[in-house]
Ligand binder design. Structure first.
Ligand SMILES: *[C@@H]1O[C@H](CO)[C@@H](O)[C@H](O)[C@H]1NC(C)=O
Ligand SMILES: *[C@@H]1O[C@H](CO)[C@@H](O)[C@H](O)[C@H]1NC(C)=O
Ligand SMILES: *[C@@H]1O[C@H](CO)[C@@H](O)[C@H](O)[C@H]1NC(C)=O
Length: 493
């Protein structure tokens, strides 16, 4: 087990990421500000100083002791984003990275690496595809080969930019996720090989068979995830080749739009039985962030944590808590685009048994979006304070909401907006506590996986209200469904 609280010198960089809920393809937001940043002489000096001392290992002497309340805002200037080196080391040392292991692992094992998966996207676009790819590997009795979560594959060094913030160019998968998808053992599964990292794949499979997506022509261009899965399991199961690398034309076999289709729910019968979902678990880094913040969110909690900072698994519901996902910031533009393109909710949000539904409103004769339709989209996609308060009040009247005392607002909203919402919720009455993502105390490493921390809370909350178009919401909904929450405890704006 890697160290939960890596002891690195983690002072605060002046430009910090605050959009912890960015979940849409974001290539266009990746504005390069490298030149402005690096031409600042004082900054360059400080960074150089940091790098020199880091190289010498000298920083260890200045290491602060981590506490329950360790928070990124407390760190002194400067720093670069965390490099998660201890997590990479943990991954390198996974026991399945061993050529001597017998079949189906080791030098004679079967492997599947999909080179062309999403990157430069929000974490949740990557996660939804990874769940499918990991399931495909499992169903084809092959070891799943995972990459880090890459924000900027072209970055030569460890860092990249999000707007004017310096962020890690990539984050190791095990900083976000544990369980079989990230190399953990299958509970039931001695016959299914465990997942491995890309470096080990290159070692055990120096000359993999490279196949393009076109080898399954029926699946090319299909928007039906269930259909694509069926065809590809057949393909990979029957291939004799030990090492398969999916690359080249049409090789992103589960593109993002597959997860926007209502027919996605036809995948539920096998998805609900897949150990990739049943044994899906967040990383120790994410779990420890929930442990250290839970008493702020639900002061009366009796939820015991292990001394390691990990949580009981399988996860239990957090009784008395309503979590709501409020996507703000640049999302207004995205909501307008959704309206113009008549886009409906993410697939996992469209199960017929969910109470809330969204009917795509008709366009006018010229095919343009009417003002009423636009209003309808904005109300559900970018609700204002009053709309949020009204929805929460009405959901609170339902039987599933019995015993609710606390609200957690998962949001990327600006501090003022979030504080105003908190005040209004408290004024609405009878809430023990109202907290938001902004109130979380997160270490420097946790700061960059904050979305996942929010998701683990939303996943476990007694009642959840989400944004139907958001992939963060839809992944949270999928995980709640796997926990067998009553369907009426999962709601949408
Ligand atoms: C690799 O696997 C073999 C066979 O199970 C075992 O004997 C050996 O100790 C393993 N090596 C390491 C470094 O774990
Ligand atoms: C393990 O296998 C048993 C029996 O096949 C099944 O009932 C159980 O749900 C499985 N557990 C998981 C976590 O998949
Ligand atoms: C459709 O477009 C025409 C020409 O641009 C315009 O005159 C008309 O008002 C439009 N109709 C609607 C329903 O918007």
């Amino acid at each position: 087990m890697f160290n939960l609280f890596p002891r690195a010198f983690r002072p605060r960089y002046a430009l910090l990421p605050s959009d912890n809920n960015s979940s849409q393809p974001a290539r266009k937001f990746l504005i390069k500000r490298t030149i402005i940043f690096w031409t600042s002489a004082p900054t360059a000096f400080v960074v150089l100083y940091f790098l020199i001392f880091h190289q010498l290992g000298f920083w260890k002497l200045a290491t602060p002791v981590d506490t329950e309340g360790d928070d990124w805002r407390d760190h002194p200037e400067p720093p670069l984003p965390p490099d998660y080196e201890d997590v990479y080391e943990f991954e390198r040392k996974l026991p399945q990275h061993n050529l001597s292991l017998p079949f189906p692992e080791g030098a004679t094992g079967r492997y599947f690496y999909s080179a062309n998966h999403a990157d430069t996207s929000g974490w949740n676009n990557v996660l939804q595809e990874y769940i499918f790819l990991a399931h495909l590997a499992h169903a084809s009795q092959r070891s799943f080969v995972f990459d880090p979560y890459e924000w900027d594959p072209k970055a030569k060094g460890k860092w990249s930019h999000f707007g004017d913030k310096v962020v890690p160019a990539r984050i190791p998968l095990n900083a976000l996720v544990s369980g079989p998808m990230a190399g953990g053992s299958f509970k039931n599964g001695s016959t299914i090989p465990r997942a491995v990292n890309k470096a080990y794949f290159d070692e055990v499979c120096p000359h993999p068979t490279v196949i393009p997506g076109d080898v399954v022509p029926e699946a090319v261009g299909s928007t039906d995830g269930n259909f694509i899965m069926g065809k590809w399991v057949q393909q990979l199961l029957t291939m004799k080749d030990r090492c398969v690398r999916l690359d080249g034309s049409n090789s992103q076999i589960f593109p993002y739009y597959v997860f926007g289709m209502p027919c996605l729910i036809e995948s539920w019968p096998w998805m609900s039985e897949s150990p990739i979902l049943k044994e899906y678990r967040w990383s120790p880094l994410v779990e420890s962030a929930v442990v250290k913040n839970l008493h702020r969110i639900v002061p009366s909690t009796t939820d015991e944590a292990y001394p390691t900072g990990q949580i009981h698994f399988p996860y239990k519901p957090i009784q008395g808590l309503m979590a709501v996902h409020v996507r703000r910031g640049d999302y207004i533009d995205h909501c307008r685009y959704l309206a113009r393109d008549s886009i409906g909710w993410q697939g996992w949000n469209t199960f017929p048994e969910y109470v809330d539904k969204f009917q795509v409103p008709p366009k006018d004769a010229n095919g343009t979006v009417t003002p009423e339709a636009m209003e309808n989209y904005i109300e559900h996609c970018f609700p204002n304070h009053e709309e949020i308060l009204a929805k929460i009040a009405s959901v609170r009247q339902t039987p599933e909401a019995r015993g609710l005392r606390h609200i957690f607002v998962m949001t990327n909203a600006k501090a003022d907006w979030a504080t105003e919402l908190k005040d209004k919720l408290m004024a609405q009455g009878d809430w023990g506590t109202v907290t938001t993502s902004r109130d979380m105390r997160l270490s420097w490493e946790q700061k960059f996986v904050a979305q996942a921390v929010d998701m683990l809370i939303g996943q476990r909350a007694q009642v959840f209200i989400g944004n139907g178009w958001s992939s963060l919401t839809s992944n949270t909904v999928l995980l709640r469904r796997s926990m067998k929450f009553p369907h009426r405890a999962t709601r949408f704006w």
